[in-house]
Design a protein around this ligand. Structure first.
Ligand SMILES: Nc1ncnc2c1ncn2[C@@H]1O[C@H](COP(=O)(O)OP(=O)(O)OP(=O)(O)O)[C@@H](O)[C@H]1O
Length: 314
């Protein structure tokens, strides 16, 4: 057999040619490729690919149980997250993201963009990088997140916003900015890496691993999901700016630079819990009036190995 490409070198101890393909036919961009096309392209790169069909998220548990080598996940952020959470801590397995969704926050943050077959081709000769996750211990239980977790205006929008009604970034932006205009701030004293911060009336607290979350809301353009830290984005109600300023900054990609926005890097974040709603990636942990306690968020540095396109591993 003639190889068009050399497969990306493996994490030590894995078989370079093992590959598993997960394909979410429900993802927004699923017509751009098919499992057969991806399998064929991987075979031509020298892999021994296996396609594992999944009808929903729950099927991933079995599909990923005994995987080795590289798992190529074709889908939107929900699909990548579902696979990533099941591969957490299994750093001998590489995750190869093939963005095929509407927002593709994870792919965009990693610089993995383009048509599925072009993305696959870009991985030839690429290497794996560590990818962090966020870990939550909260009064509602334990959670992991890949993109972001937070409370305030965006979590409240998520609680109200019906994603199945359409994932239009414009619709989400309108919902968020409208909520920012009317939201009653949360008076919160955060503790970052053990250091209590001055109390702030917060419109929004977002602990970000990726640069964007939800329908492509780029709240932390400087976030690096491989840096072993999380970006804590807070919008101070005291310096609340006009709605247009927030919309323009999100569009321009400089949200962190607004005067009312504070961005801190931390590895452990304690947020007082007063029963407010939180979101964990695209899931909502609804408000529990009367609730109390602390929501602790910690970075799980290098929880995953993610395959990067050649030349982008730095
Ligand atoms: N492996 C899978 N196979 C089938 N369905 C899946 C799989 N993983 C996740 N799903 C479900 O498919 C739905 C849509 O997935 P996803 O969010 O990836 O696509 P999208 O909505 O197009 O993307 P984005 O989140 O980027 O806008 C989600 O409800 C998710 O639970």
């Amino acid at each position: 057999m003639t190889l068009d490409f050399q497969p990306a070198p493996p994490v030590s101890g894995t078989d370079v040619t093992d590959a598993t393909v997960i394909f979410n036919s429900k993802a927004g961009g699923s017509t751009k490729a098919s499992p057969d096309l991806l399998v064929e392209a991987l075979y031509r790169q020298g892999y021994r690919p296996v396609y594992r069909a999944t009808d929903d998220e729950a099927d991933l548990q079995t599909a990923l149980q005994d995987v080795r080598g590289t798992v190529f996940v074709a889908g939107g952020d929900g699909t990548v997250r579902a696979a990533a959470l099941r591969l957490a801590g299994r750093t001998e397995v590489r995750l190869g993201v093939i963005p095929m969704g509407t927002a593709n926050n994870i792919g965009r943050t990693l610089g993995i963009e383009g048509e599925p077959l072009d993305v696959l081709a870009s991985y030839a000769g690429g290497r794996a990088l560590p990818l962090d996750l966020g870990r939550i211990t909260a009064p509602w239980g334990e959670d992991l997140f890949l993109e972001a977790c937070g409370c305030g205006a965006f979590a409240d929008v998520m609680a109200e916003y019906d994603p199945e009604g359409g994932k239009s970034p414009l619709r989400a932006l309108t919902a968020l900015t409208t909520t920012l205009g009317n939201f009653t701030p949360l008076e919160l004293t955060l503790t970052l890496d053990g250091q209590p911060q001055p109390e702030m009336a917060c419109m929004l607290v977002e602990v970000m691993n990726t640069q964007a979350t939800g329908p492509r809301l780029r709240l932390a353009p400087s976030a690096d999901p491989s840096d072993g830290a999380l970006n804590v984005i807070r919008v101070d109600a005291g310096g609340r700016e006009g709605l247009l300023a927030y919309v323009a900054a999100l569009a321009r990609g400089n949200f962190e630079e607004l005067a009312s926005v504070q961005n801190d890097l931390a590895r452990r974040i304690d947020i007082p819990y007063v029963g407010q709603a939180f979101h964990v990636d695209g899931e909502v942990r609804p408000a529990r009036p009367g609730g109390s306690g602390v929501v602790r968020i910690e970075v799980w540095a290098g929880a995953l190995s993610v395959l990067m396109p050649k030349g982008q591993e730095g």
